[in-house]
Design a protein around this ligand. Structure first.
Ligand code: SF4
Length: 409
């Protein structure tokens, strides 16, 4: 699940850094809860055409990124681990040819346990992938069935063991709690068995039933109950305590890491720093603009090819894969910075915010901050503004009050 620098080295000039995201939209089967831009059963020729299109999109963007250094690369999806090693080899070679890559680049690939063979893991390591993010979600067979995941709990254990043997020493495992009918004891059992694997990083998300998903229709037809938010809150509280005991630091609402193993790529998102997204449906915040590519993989491939051919013929041409873009105004940039920053446990530095925008958080968001401080959802500690423990559970109530008004400048 993707979905996205307090950990950035102090010496790094963040203004010259870039995070690169590549979207691989293919999946073996669509999971019941998934509303990501992912597809099962796409024709083979489209899968074959996708890698050359990604390489061409890199060529189209590379001149604009020539003065930047890529600190993190993230293959998300979809299921990037479905991409063959031949295709991965072409993609990674193109990244290295088109962009300046930091010597200590964090290079993450999202993977499903089902398809991860030892040979594939060895190949990924040899290509430079140094962080693996595995969609585990649960170690309870009945929960995996309900979520329409294809793997078994045993496959997860094997895949982690194989990843370790292949040399991956930076593993994230994604888990889902708050599943309908999931008692606290089942969630505890999953977490305890996951802790035995000692991943460097854990992402624990509450299940949300998104409109348009298979799960949504099953709930709408009363075939299954809705998730119980009170049970999810108890599970979340227990998780925070248990993972702290186990030595994991919670650094974001849904993310925990062993010391120094935060996800550098996702910290770029939470710090509202630039990132360039490539592939179908990928989003960017690049050169001061928010950009979204077309979702449909066939349209994406066609559009990139048209743009690339035009660029070859004329030396210029629009980027037709872009479905929409906007330059966020000052009010939107401030709102992005505070809402994304408050997702981090340390919150936002009041001094840094003031330096970045020329206005303090209190001047920009005074009534909303005062309201949520009074409600006990926000607090100030050592020059930081952050969510309280209660605020972690009710963060959306805070965030909605920080969104810019329609008529703000
Ligand atoms: S594997 Fe991930 S991206 Fe693919 S359908 Fe399942 S949840 Fe969605």
């Amino acid at each position: 699940m993707t979905t996205q620098p307090a950990s950035a080295p102090a010496s790094t000039d963040r203004s010259r850094s870039l995070a690169l995201y590549l979207h691989i939209p293919f999946c073996t089967a669509k999971c019941g809860y998934c509303d990501f831009n992912s597809y099962e059963g796409l024709p083979g020729h489209l899968v074959a055409d996708y890698t050359p299109a990604l390489v061409r999109e890199m060529e189209l963007w590379a001149p604009a990124a020539k003065d930047l250094t890529v600190d993190t690369v993230f293959f998300g999806g979809g299921t990037p681990s479905l991409t063959s090693l031949d295709d991965m080899s072409q993609i990674t070679a193109a990244i290295r040819a088109q962009f300046n890559i930091s010597p200590d680049v964090e290079w993450t690939l999202e993977a499903n346990p089902t398809e991860l063979s030892r040979e594939h893991l060895d190949g990924l390591r040899a290509l430079g992938v140094n962080r693996l993010s595995m969609g585990v979600q649960s170690l309870q067979p009945e929960e995996l069935t309900l979520l329409e995941r294809l793997h078994s709990p045993e496959r997860v254990i094997e895949a982690v063991r194989d990843a370790r043997a292949a040399g991956f020493d930076n593993l994230n495992l994604d888990l889902i709690f708050g599943i309908m009918g999931q008692p606290l004891s089942k969630w505890q059992d999953t977490v305890e068995r996951i802790l035995e694997l000692r991943p460097e990083h854990l992402s624990c998300y509450a299940l949300t039933v998104e409109p348009g998903t298979a799960l949504y229709y099953r709930v709408a037809k009363s075939q299954i109950e809705e998730p119980d938010p009170d049970v999810a809150a108890d599970q979340y509280e227990w998780t925070r305590t248990r993972l702290a005991q186990a030595g994991y630091e919670q650094y974001e609402i849904s993310n925990w890491a062993l010391p120094g193993r935060e996800c550098r790529h996702n910290l770029v998102y939470w710090h509202a720093e630039p990132y360039l997204g490539l592939g179908a449906g990928a989003h960017s915040f690049f050169l001061g603009r928010r950009i979204a590519n077309v979702d449909a993989p066939n349209r994406y491939v066609e559009a990139v090819n048209e743009s690339w051919e035009e660029r070859q013929a004329t030396g210029r041409g629009e980027l037709r894969q872009i479905a929409g873009g906007e330059t966020p105004d000052e009010a939107t940039q401030r709102a992005d910075a505070i809402i994304l920053g408050l997702r981090l446990m340390r919150g936002i530095s009041i001094a840094d915010f003031t330096e970045r925008f020329g206005v303090s958080p209190d001047d920009a968001f005074g009534p909303a901050i005062a309201k949520h401080e009074a409600l006990g959802l926000l607090e100030r500690v050592d020059g930081q503004l952050r969510l309280t423990e209660r605020g972690l559970l009710l963060s959306n109530e805070v965030f909605v009050d920080l969104l810019p008004d329609e008529d703000d400048d």
